[in-house]
Write a protein that binds this ligand. Structure first.
Ligand code: HEM
Length: 425
């Protein structure tokens, strides 16, 4: 049967792994006619696409798109966004966004922004992150039932980024509400109400953040915003609007992904009772758990690029201007790269996984995400044996490229049913 794969639909996302395998074997470089995009599934090809930015650019604004309903909604949202943020559509289109830039432009911006995310700077946050995790865990009904997502995995990254940016305590609730509504509305094909709410929240966030930026310029503090505005001179210096867009990128790129990493890790562990026991006995296995989760159940399943010239990949001719989708989630399950890839095994060597991307755009927040996941999972380690999902079905979140859990309700099993369960294994 001819393969018919449509990357921007949701129907394949619930269990994408058998489909990825089929695509790797049968159509590793595949043209999806519905969206006019080229999809790349094998590890080596994904690596090549991400390592060759001159040919596969991150600036997806350049992609030649078919005029579809989705494109029209995107254009309409762009215009409404420029009105909400009070910038000209041309300014918005020309604003530099780290994730979309390439070459020297990207290198300069990244150098500047990197200062706030160096592992050493991030490590300064370790104690505070552990404290926040401790507070969340103290609220969990560990003897009964609780939702790991809403009570730990979701609030943690939002509070951390709010504190890093220097949002005052009394504005945290507003900040969280703006973030939530932006995250819900930013998804392609979000309902019109959600898009409107998102634009309203962006406007409020901008109105709140800009004076904060001006304040930090005048008298720097110890926060990330101060690092970002400090020493900003020359070409790479960001305009107020670009700084705001960067803060937005941190919110969008850093929140849901980290939430999903924590919840995906717990869910993968709980499906593997022996590994739960091992991890509970030795919580310093945590790094293996995190890296294996990034490989096995990647919070970001794919990233998009655009071909800057006609190019041939695995015998397929990709025309200039085409969108190219690199499937990280498939590369991470490629049997040509990882033995027995569909098995979660925190003891395996998962180095080289693409969970944080690869090449020049490798995740800027990787050290922070690892630190947050490390604190959350280490604190949970001893509690995990005996916990199980309240509902048998996984409540998947499949926003755009994201893969995670909308909720992960857990409860403690009665000791006798645990014993029975163990005997059955
Ligand atoms: C488990 C959590 C996370 C995952 C799985 C993740 C994944 C990724 C991936 C796959 C990319 C590459 C995008 C591309 O190549 O087009 C990326 C880039 C990026 N991430 Fe993350 N991310 C996570 C957490 C964070 C956090 C906590 C932050 C910051 C607070 C962050 C900020 C960024 C930024 C700014 C970029 C763009 C880097 C550039 O273009 O040079 N991410 N992330």
């Amino acid at each position: 049967m001819a393969i018919d794969f449509a990357p921007y639909t949701d129907d394949w996302k619930t269990d994408p792994f058998p489909i990825y395998r089929e695509m790797r074997d049968e159509a590793p470089v595949y043209f999806a006619k519905h969206s006019s995009s080229w999809c790349v599934f094998r590890y080596d090809d994904v690596e090549h696409v991400l390592k060759t930015p001159e040919t596969f650019s991150s600036d997806t604004r350049q992609a030649s798109r078919k005029l579809s309903m989705e494109t029209l909604i995107e254009i309409q949202t762009g215009i409404r966004l420029s009105l909400a943020l009070r910038v000209m559509p041309t300014t918005l289109a020309r604003s530099r966004m780290l994730i979309l830039e390439g070459g020297a432009q990207h290198r300069d911006m990244r150098k500047l922004l990197n200062r706030g995310f160096k592992p050493k700077n991030v490590l300064d946050w370790e104690r505070r992150i552990q404290e926040l995790v401790g507070q969340c865990i103290a609220e969990l009904d560990l003897g009964g039932s609780f939702d790991l997502v809403s009570q730990l995995a979701l609030p943690l990254p939002t509070i951390v980024i709010a504190e890093m940016l220097g949002v005052e305590v009394e504005r945290r609730a507003d900040f969280k509400q703006w973030c939530d509504s932006i995250l819900i509305g930013v998804v392609p094909l979000a309902s019109s109400d959600r898009r409107t709410a998102m634009l309203r929240s962006m406007k409020k966030l901008k109105r709140y953040l800009l004076p904060l930026v001006a304040e930090r310029r005048a008298s720097p503090k110890e926060d990330l915003l101060s690092v970002l505005v400090a020493e900003q001179r020359g070409e790479a210096a960001l305009s107020e609007h670009e700084l705001f867009m960067f803060a937005l990128l941190l919110l969008i790129g850093g929140n849901e992904t980290t939430t999903n990493l924590i919840a995906n890790a717990v869910d993968a562990l709980l499906a593997n009772p022996t590994q739960v026991e091992q991890f509970a006995a030795e919580p310093d296995r945590v790094k293996g758990v995190i890296e294996e989760t990034l490989r096995f159940d990647s919070p970001v399943q794919y990233v998009a690029r655009v071909a800057t010239q006609d190019v041939e990949l695995r015998g397929q001719k990709i025309p200039k201007g085409s969108e190219v989708i690199a499937f990280l989630g498939s590369a991470n399950r490629d049997e040509r790269r990882f033995a027995d890839p569909d098995r979660f095994d925190h003891e395996r060597d998962s180095r080289g996984h693409m969970g944080f991307g690869h090449g020049a755009h490798f995740c800027l927040g990787a050290a922070l995400a690892r630190l947050e996941a490390n604190a959350a999972l280490t604190a949970l380690a001893k509690e995990l044996p005996g916990l199980s999902r309240v509902k048998p079905d996984v409540d998947l979140v499949l926003n755009n490229a994201a893969r995670g859990r909308g909720t992960l309700e857990l409860r403690r099993e009665a000791p006798e049913s645990r014993d029975l369960g163990r005997r059955a294994h």
